[in-house]
Design a protein around this ligand. Sequence first.
Ligand code: ADP
Ligand code: GLC
Length: 502
Amino acid sequence: MKRGEKRILFAASEAYPLIKTGGLGDVVYSLPHALHARGADVRLLLPGYRALLRQLDQVRILGWLDVRGAEGIVGARILETRHPDFAFPLWVVDCPPLFDRPGSPYVSASGQDWPDNAERFAVFARVAALLALDALDTGWQPEVVHANDWQTGLVAAFLADQPARPKTVFTIHNLAYGGYFSHSDFVRLQLPSHWWSPESVEFHGGFSMLKGGIVYADAVATVSPTYAAEICTPEFGYGLDGLLLSRQYKLHGILNGIDTGIWNPSTDTHLPAHYSAGRILPGKRRNKQALIAHFLPRADDAVLQAPLLGLVGRLVEQKGIDWVLAAIPVLLLETDARFVLLGSGQTLYEQKLARLARQHPDRIFVEIGYDESLAHLIEAGADMFLMPSRFEPCGLNQMYSLNYGTPPIVFKTGGLADTVVDANTATLKDASANGFVFDTPDVASFLDTIRRALALYRKPAQWRKLQQTGMRQSFGWADSAGHYLALYSTPVSEDSHVIHIT
Ligand code: ADP
Ligand code: GLC
């Protein structure tokens, strides 16, 4: 190990390309790589899900740890592996009763939360805390443990009163998922009894793993400056706004970056044609052709000429899917726009989108499911990108869209507000416009903004300028990784364990 390298144990519940359900997976891949590229000595700790274990080739057993589960002691085997997609070692918590099962990391095939999620992620957090203390005597003890979202919220809590512990950093990727469990889970997991307090993890009669991260981590980050301010208000705080406000001294809004190696229209391996800001049109047109052909093998010229509005995302209320569902019928009547939508999530949204596509097969193209390659093709082949999220901690898709010359249409919230500049007379003139923003959360404003976008689309020179502004912006990790490294090096604040709850 070189002198001066920070040793960082990064703990999370998903990581692209091994296992991903959303933007968390992308960030857990790209942020540790950005840190590694800046000289950090990183280990990434993940649960040993069946789908993940199947992708590992050669593993080394680092050791065995016994920790408390819901029904007694649970044994976990800690594996170390080198994976070709990762520049640093992966550590995997292999515990078959908890993680060796089909389906997603969090829900069963029928979409229900796994009933033992409290145990699964309490065990994962206990193991992470032990590894942070080098309980296996590997000779590698991190100086910083960086945990992410509720699944790892208890890591900082388990470490809080340990002597000679590493610094703890906790990033909130989405406050809407609090990791809430019952009092009986708390008892069965034998969590420390002094945690059963509103000043600790207790929350309205149950407990919240996310709250553990906020209360006990030395530093708390969230994924955009605007969201960092929003979550301190009742509107976005899910009842944790008072706590967050009292912890503002250790709360940092650090905008996510995107991986410009993977998401780059001039090199993207998922695309039939490449393009860049200097020459957009021919490449983008070929991608649009391929995208339309995916759904409509014999599309005529009118389809290619018409504006194509894309959407990729989890089909949940957060993403404003109901606004999209309400806007589409109006736009079908008023305009010649086409729609291409990829996502999975709430059954009702899936059914409604699928029904719309059946009713208008030549205008609405829908794929329900998860398809990484199609997501890239939509970013490249669509003319504009719909992302009317009610709240958005950061959002990666709008940054992918900007870099792909596919101006996003977004609601002014969280990371969307921090990255998208609305096209109006002034911003078009000073060339800062890169997309379209509405600031009243309703269908009428969303529709008006889409109409504005469609009008500008008919002015090719101005449209090209808008595309170029987004494509020339740099959303890489350089700045943000620097902010995290600075956070890792800041001494732990004296009063970080003082509890003040408003
Ligand atoms: P969130 O994390 O809230 O889902 P982000 O915009 O931060 O939102 O990140 C979403 C990520 O997940 C992007 O990489 C996006 O392309 C991907 N994604 C979401 N849904 C799908 C899907 N159905 N198929 C492929 N990729 C998807
Ligand atoms: C969450 C948020 C999203 C963010 C992602 C990565 O899933 O919903 O806004 O971009 O995490 O931090």
